[in-house]
Design a protein around this ligand. Structure first.
Ligand code: ADP
Ligand code: MG
Length: 724
């Protein structure tokens, strides 16, 4: 072959296009203010800054959302019915019409090119009547539809072409940037073009050996190609490379975090389970499920080692995680150490205390630490915790606030851990080791099941155990959507259950802005129902603004069967366990997330009786509730498997929504989508492991840029983790 590829330094290839000379890596240009670029006037600089783009570096990391393909541009005469294409045409006349139904507007424009004339049609964009003018040249994307006798061109997207340089912007593959109303794609393309020299020399955090082995382009090539690809393949390769880099940095950070947490100091080995633990299992009022037994075995193996356990226990609502937690805590106590059990809410902490007292008996001294304690109570509790008199301490955030000091903390369990941030969930371990103490073994529990590829990211620093299924004897909850018109029938159905001696929950709509508003609404709804639909039954209310004693009293009465209908806010999402409650009405179901609906529904179907969940949509909201929420409700109807639901929720809402990635302390992903890039997540995980196997602390000189990039991706929040 004559055309032997000439390899560039960084592994890239020269091709037929003349290439600029290779530039040494130089990051300095990235911090250059965009305001310094030629042609950027102060007004534009302000708009760019308002858009979050202050420097050349910001600009180059403002990646296109998609591309407009002008390579298939056609003449009007060559268009075929039904086929999507791009056309360039001149506007001759614009008219605005209203459809049969008043709400629909139809904008029509007569469009001409050298080959012919057509009618372009825009639906529901009346403002365009003021924008489109005779003589304007448009680039239009759309397709020809037959309508009535003739045909028209339904416009999907258009761009107004004006002034010089237009061909640069409308030929080939053109990037489209995220929501840039005030900053046109044209401006961004010009600025990127202006910044090419900087882009060509951006340093690459990935070591050359890795790039060669994985056949990855350099960062500079990828950045240039993602903004100005010559083909779709080139754009895809550039994206793939940048996505992989993002995910790799994240995986490296997570694995370094895990290593730092596990190697800071050795934990106490708790050996094999002793007689107390065995007696606990034997004394339970039920037999453990196979999954529970397996979970205990995995945890026991961890506790035997002197590496601190960092394990996530994933199990659907009602799968029986609490006994696993108690067994784990007991393992510390029977060897003379202490355990701590952290829960996100006071109600849940109190319920755990109750369960512990019931199942562990008087042998174990349990202590409650919440913000509800008076100053004197808290002082006394802290004294017992510090002296070791308290064996297991159950509490809320109060456990990681102020001056809580344990005498000898060996095991920590964090319940509903997704409600805590990454830093919070490790805070107890950090405190234990702060002054040279031993790190505790930690079990993180979650009832929000997530797909494996996501677990690699969100819980990438943990080992994972799954409790699948529920204890025997449970039947799935029958779930029904109840439309506005069927409301009365829905209530009648609930009354039929009540007449059989069963109990019901009515969950009030979510009002995110204010817990007080939400509580007030629950009180009003309870009064309404007590006076109307359920006037023949005993109705009570449970909400977040009630005092602990009032809430406990209401719960106790419901448990004892003294209340038929409990009207509640979403406070019942966690921790309520009444087997005789067989029906739940969820008002305003479209306002809840899928995971939350699943959790709420988990409150029924706890006994052997057939249970039901009725999803009411808010009055008048069905129509505009939108496709997404109805897709969610359909998903909830169709399965009771939390994993399947989590997957669906993810597809519908996207990962950011579901997990509040920001709050969880993970770096923002600019380009990668965990749902879309699942394979890349797995690949990044593998590469991160390989890199760290050879260089566990990422300390070799070749890895300096990589280590820096990991640190800057994770930011200050996790800096202490990576320093260790
Ligand atoms: P979650 O995993 O949602 O925290 P819990 O631990 O609260 O679930 O358990 C739900 C209910 O199931 C509790 O009443 C608990 O006592 C009961 N339970 C747990 N394990 C079993 C089992 N193996 N067989 C029967 N019931 C069980
Ligand atoms: Mg639980």
């Amino acid at each position: 072959m004559s055309g032997r590829p000439l390899l560039r330094f960084a592994g890239g290839r020269y091709d037929e296009r003349p290439q600029p000379p290779f530039l040494a890596p130089d990051a300095s240009g990235l911090s250059r203010p965009l305001a310094d670029l030629p042609g950027v006037r102060p007004a534009l600089a302000r708009r760019l800054a308002g858009f979050g783009l202050a420097t050349v570096g910001d600009l180059l990391e403002h990646y296109p959302r998609r591309y407009e393909d002008f390579t298939d541009r056609k003449a009007i005469a060559a268009l075929k019915v039904g086929e999507e294409a791009t056309v360039r045409a001149t506007v001759e006349r614009v008219t605005l019409e209203h459809g049969h139904r008043r709400r629909v507007t139809i904008l029509k424009a007569v469009l001409r090119d050298q080959s012919g004339v057509m009618i372009g049609v825009w639906f529901n964009q009346p403002w365009l009547a003021k924008v489109l003018e005779q003589g304007m040249v448009l680039s239009l994307r759309g397709s020809v539809r037959r309508s009535g006798g003739g045909a028209s061109f339904t416009v999907k997207a258009h761009e107004i072409l004006a002034g010089e340089g237009e061909t640069v912007h409308t030929e080939g593959i053109v990037p489209v940037y995220p929501a840039s109303e005030s900053i046109s794609a044209r401006v961004l393309r010009d600025l990127v073009h202006e910044s090419r020299r900087v882009a060509r020399s951006v340093p690459d955090p990935l070591p050359g050996t890795l790039r060669a082995a994985e056949r990855l382009p350099t960062r500079a090539d990828a950045v240039l190609a993602i903004h100005a690809p010559r083909s779709h393949a080139e754009a895809a390769a550039a994206r793939e490379r940048l996505v992989l880099e993002e995910l790799l940095l994240m995986q490296l950070g997570l694995l370094l975090h895990k290593r730092a947490a596990q190697q800071a100091a050795s934990a106490v080995s708790l050996g094999r389970p002793g007689a107390t633990a065995a007696r606990f299992v034997a004394g339970l009022p039920f037999t453990l499920t196979d999954h529970q037994v397996r979970a205990l075995a995995e945890i026991d193996a961890d506790l035997e080692r002197d590496t601190p356990m960092r394990r996530l226990l994933q199990g659907d609502v009602g799968s029986g995680k609490t006994v696993v937690a108690l067994h784990t805590l007991l393992r510390a106590v029977e060897k003379g150490h202490q355990g701590a059990f952290m829960a996100p809410t006071e109600t849940l902490a109190e319920q755990h205390l109750e369960t512990m007292t019931a199942l562990l008996g008087p042998l174990v001294a349990c202590e409650l630490l919440t913000s509800r304690l008076t100053a004197a109570e808290r002082r006394a509790a802290l004294g017992r915790i510090a002296s070791g008199e308290a064996h297991i301490v159950v509490g809320t955030h109060a456990l990681i606030q102020g001056d809580v000091a344990f005498r000898d903390l060996a095991v920590v369990v964090v319940d509903e851990q997704h409600r805590f941030g990454v830093v919070q969930r490790d805070e107890m371990a950090r405190r234990a080791t702060a002054d040279g103490g031993r790190p505790p073994h930690t079990l993180f529990m979650t009832a929000t099941p997530i797909p494996r590829t996501l677990a690699l990211t969100f819980y990438g620093d943990l080992d994972v155990t799954v409790i699948a299924g529920a204890p025997a004897g449970r039947t799935p909850v029958a779930t029904r959507l109840v439309s506005e018109g069927r409301r009365a029938a829905g209530y009648a159905f609930v009354r039929k259950q009540l007449d059989r001696g069963r109990q019901a929950y009515v969950v009030c709509p979510l009002i995110e802005e204010s817990e007080a508003l939400q509580s007030a609404a629950a009180v009003a709804e309870a009064e309404r129902l007590a006076a109307s639909e359920f006037s023949a039954y005993r109705v009570d209310v449970l909400h977040g603004q009630m005092k602990a004693v009032e809430r406990d009293a209401a719960m106790a009465a419901f448990k004892a069967g003294e209340i038929d209908v409990l009207v509640a806010t979403s406070v019942i999402e966690v921790g309520i366990d009444v087997a005789n409650a067989t029906v739940m009405v969820i008002e305003g179901a479209e306002r809840f997330g899928l995971a939350q609906l699943h959790q709420l529904r988990g409150r029924v179907g706890r006994g052997t009786e057939k249970s039901f969940c009725l999803l009411f949509t808010s009055r008048g909201e069905e129509r505009n509730a939108g496709e997404r929420s109805s897709a969610r409700l359909q998903a909830l109807r169709s399965t009771s498997d939390g994993f399947v639901l989590a997957d669906r929720d993810l597809e519908i809402r996207g990962e950011g929504q579901l997990f509040g990635a920001r709050q969880s302390g993970l770096p923002d992903l600019k380009l990668a989508k965990l749902t879309r890039d699942r394979e890349a997540v797995v690949r990044a995980r593998r590469l991160a492991k390989e890199i760290l196997a050879a260089d566990p602390g990422l300390e070799s000189p070749a890895h300096v840029p990589l280590a820096d990039a990991v640190r800057s991706a994770f930011g200050d929040e996790l800096a202490w983790l990576l320093k260790a």
